[in-house]
Design a protein. Structure first.
Length: 204
């Protein structure tokens, strides 16, 4: 399956313990976070949907899910990989005190993965890889879920073309560090991350 994703996901606690059935959305908290990201723009709340339909927003859309111990944020601007994208990532990481936060950007045409990892608002890992250009950014200590992917490079293989699939790389990080399960995997408890409710906003 080819994925396009522009997602920040934070949890105050181990993801597998936080992301379970029974999460209750807080629309007021979601609106506050949306206004923090677009302080000068006119925001309009346009209803609710689920994460499955929010992963790759239109350019004038923002999706936020706030659940007390968890936060989801989908914003296409993350795909730009610029200062504004980093500001959005930093804002999401700091929105939930004491949380761990992963920021995942995948693109099904460019075949790339950008991933940032924060703990208590502090950026600890920043990696950007593409199938054609190899390793573009590789900063901070590697996370456990990504280490098997680097084995060939660490053993001397060239990184151009990239010796692993960027999408598989990103989804493995999301499974281990963001949700505690595969984003498209329904658990025995009936919980499926893609069914998490999110609030939709349109901005000027």
């Amino acid at each position: 399956m080819a994925w396009s994703v522009a997602l920040a996901c934070a949890s105050a606690g181990e993801p597998a313990d936080v992301f379970q059935s029974g999460l209750v959305p807080d629309p007021d908290a979601a609106a506050k976070i949306a206004r923090r990201l677009y302080p000068a723009a006119a925001l309009t709340e346009t209803g609710d949907t689920v994460l499955d339909f929010a992963l790759w927003p239109y350019e004038d859309e923002l999706f936020v899910g706030a659940f007390g111990r968890a936060l989801l944020l989908c914003d296409r601007r993350l795909f730009c990989l610029d200062d504004d994208a980093r500001r959005i990532a930093d804002t999401a990481a700091a929105a939930l005190p004491g949380s761990h936060c992963g920021v995942l950007v995948l693109h099904n045409v460019i075949r790339s993965c950008w991933f940032r990892w924060y703990e208590s608002g502090v950026l600890l890992r920043d990696v950007y890889v593409t199938a054609e250009d190899g390793v573009v950014v590789d900063q901070g200590e590697r996370l456990p879920a990504e280490r098997p992917f680097w084995r060939a490079v660490d053993e001397g293989a060239p990184d151009v073309p990239l010796p692993f699939d960027p999408e598989e790389f990103g989804l493995a990080l999301a499974q281990e560090h963001m949700f505690g399960r595969g984003i498209a995997d329904r658990g025995k408890d009936g919980f499926l991350p893609l069914e998490l409710p999110v609030r939709r906003f349109r901005h000027a």
